[in-house]
Design a protein around this ligand. Structure first.
Ligand SMILES: [Zn+2]
Length: 257
């Protein structure tokens, strides 16, 4: 009944994916979306999704991976998108975190992937770091391409801005960062966002929750802790939150069964 809507089951980070999936199922984490960030990882994600029931994938080019990406990669992403278990285009987006960011290139690839999503009638998983205003402007300008919905994964901007994103139809997911009592921003954002737009993720192997502070790799098995924390912040039962998240996941990503 638990949902991890965004993680990276990179084969190199885990000694046994088989073991990991088995443990996830035992914990009740039975829908897992492993997100591609370039062509190769998207293909690996497809492979893993084909191996296991309940595992889905996304195909896309991440803004900090563009140095080794080309425009011809977009054709391969498009091909992967037609797979029955490819639930979204992504992750794509903008990331101004590092110095010497090639912003025009990020904008070009982001736009191209939104166009792809628009053309294929697919939702999008969006990564956005240290560029709240530009992301909002970009999504407003391209609202016509977002009619199949989009997820802001690991939402890290202000609770006040959630209203702007909500009006564009955004869904929001939160991971381990939100389980730390000192992370005021994500916790206030969770309060501000209606239950029917919230999702849970781990972004594994990154962003371990409070109980695994500093540990690598994080796994989708952290979802129960993230769910419990989110339920507490929202003031709803854990079960109620699980069902709401699952409904939201299916509504936004119709290929999830
Ligand atoms: Zn990610």
């Amino acid at each position: 009944m638990y949902t991890d809507i965004h993680c990276h089951l990179n084969l190199n980070d885990y000694s046994s994916i088989d073991e990991l999936i088995k443990n996830c199922r035992a914990d009740g984490v039975d829908v897992i979306v492993t997100a591609g960030y370039d062509v190769q990882s998207s293909e690996t994600c497809r492979q893993i999704a084909e191996w296991y029931d309940g595992v889905y994938f996304t195909a896309g080019l991440h803004p900090t991976e563009l140095e080794h990406c080309t425009f011809s990669d977009l054709a391969k992403i498009e091909e992967l998108c037609s797979h029955p278990k490819c639930i979204a285009v992504g992750e794509t987006g903008l990331d101004y975190h590092y110095p010497n960011t090639d912003k025009p290139r990020q904008h070009q690839f982001f736009k191209a992937q939104l166009e792809l999503a628009g053309r294929l009638g697919m939702p999008v998983q969006i990564h956005s770091r240290d560029c709240a205003g530009d992301t909002l402007d970009f999504l407003r300008e391209n609202a016509a391409l977002l009619s199949n919905g989009f997820l802001l994964h690991c939402y890290s901007y202000s609770p006040e801005m959630t209203a702007d994103f909500l009006s564009l139809g955004a869904y929001f997911s939160f991971g381990g960062t939100s389980t730390y009592r000192r992370s005021k921003k994500p916790r206030r954002s969770i309060q501000a966002i209606p239950l029917e737009r919230l999702l849970t993720e781990t972004d594994s192997p990154y962003l371990s929750p409070a109980s695994l502070f500093g540990q690598f790799p994080n796994t989708p098995r952290s979802i129960p802790e993230i769910t419990a924390s989110m339920a507490e912040i929202k003031g709803v039962g854990e079960k109620e939150l699980c069902y709401a998240v699952r409904d939201n996941a299916k509504r936004l990503f119709p290929k999830i069964k």
